[in-house]
Design a protein. Sequence first.
Length: 465
Amino acid sequence: MKKITKICCIGAGYVGGPTMSVIANKCPHIAVTVVDINEDRIAQWNTPNLDNLPIYEPGLKEIIRESRGKNLFFSTDVDKAIDEAQMIFISVNTPTKTYGKGKGQAADLKFVELCARNIAKVAKEDKIVVEKSTLPVRTAEAIKNILDHTGNGVVFEILSNPEFLAEGTAIDDLLNADRVLIGGDDTPAGKAAKNALSDIYENWLPKERILQTNVWSSELSKLVANAFLAQRVSSINSISALCEKTDANIAEISRAIGFDSRIGPKFLNASVGFGGSCFQKDILNLVYIARSFGLKEVADYWEQVIIMNDYQKRRFADHIIQSLYNTVSGKKIVLYGWAFKKDTNDTRESAAIHIADALMDERAEIVVYDPKVSEERIYADLDYLETRTPDENRTLLKVVSNPMEASREAHGIAVVTEWDEFKSYDWTKIYELMLKPAFIFDGRRILDTQNMRQIGFNYYKIGEA
Ligand code: UDX
Ligand code: UDX
Ligand code: ADP
């Protein structure tokens, strides 16, 4: 196996960008080139003003500042980077299919396949190909099939190296990963490839945190980890509905059960529902795979996690409508937050999209404020639903940059993302600006109940009566 001196990563997105930045930063002896077919995106990664990077992640800009131009490069010259690298990461998007067989459930692998074909076309020397995108099981096999039939004698080792970083904490998750998973063949060449990738991570992580498995286990572990995490959120959210009907308090329950070391305290925050690019997609994949093997009960079991999540989003929107005397037509409702969680500008599968959509169906006038999400992104999310025309979306929903001004003459404010800044707002001032009675719907449980009620708000917190 040749020494790894050059790495190429295809796909400069939420996964590829931060991951490669950290690898470059921690491995000054390796030149890392991140390539993408999207010229705008690459231009943004090369921006002199580090506040204009295409994704927002705490700590990312500092790392880019240190490494970019030294051993970290962003380029649109995909073929050149593939040709020069000994190791190639595939980190392109794998959205849920919107057409044909598996529509709405299976992952669309066309971008991955295009990458594999591109590597097959360009490569003249042996290479290690690492799948980094969130991929359904068997993808490594598909990539291998394409690469093994190039006829030019080049040997490829395919590894699965799933990404476990969470957005908003990506850099910290990469620097202090709980574990790194490397799946590959148990042949001598497969083991050598796994060790070569392990060597890279060992530049900053202890060896015992780097787990080697077969390809199937690695690919499936990624889906299962996300399914388990999402299941915790759906489980606690299901109990939040029960709490609202009783005198039980969801925070007290989370705390009480979290003390059981077998359960643990993390991921027990009731919310408007989980979002993000992974949870729903990975569960849908798991459901699709189970069903394709005839395991109906297994598929149904995991599908329920998504059904509960959809219920939670719908329940929140319905609660707003009911509270506002069963009609929100023509009423101004402000959404604080649009991102699927704090500290990211990513909005994929964000609960906010579905809550806004449900309220717009009732002809509410929606005003959105999010500290990091662009107006363009918000409209694109709504247009993608195809519930109404782009013109109607722009008439019914406005995006603003001043959260205080947004509250003027509003009937209600819904907190849908847990941005820290929302906690420090002058809520007395907001109360004065709003129409009375003034309603707050706290879908993230970040405000203080007693304080809000003292100010005069009609305050609803998810998971509390
Ligand atoms: C997730 C996994 O955590 C990560 O390991 C994987 O690599 C990608 O998918 P991410 O989607 O970026 O990461 O964020 P995460 O922090 O897991 O949150 C997902 C969603 O669940 C968010 O909408 C979040 O608000 C919600 N959530 C999380 C809750 O509602 N309650 C919780 O207690 C935790
Ligand atoms: C359980 C709770 O653990 C305890 O806190 C509560 O007070 C009573 O109910 P118990 O039923 O005595 O205790 O045993 P537990 O160890 O929880 O096991 C319950 C069942 O789950 C057993 O049949 C056990 O074999 C099974 N189990 C447990 C598994 O199959 N796999 C596991 O990983 C853990
Ligand atoms: P993720 O969250 O998985 O990183 P993103 O959508 O943020 O997903 O990023 C994936 C990136 O991969 C996009 O910027 C897209 O342009 C890029 N991409 C998709 N297909 C190819 C390809 N064949 N060659 C190069 N880049 C690609």
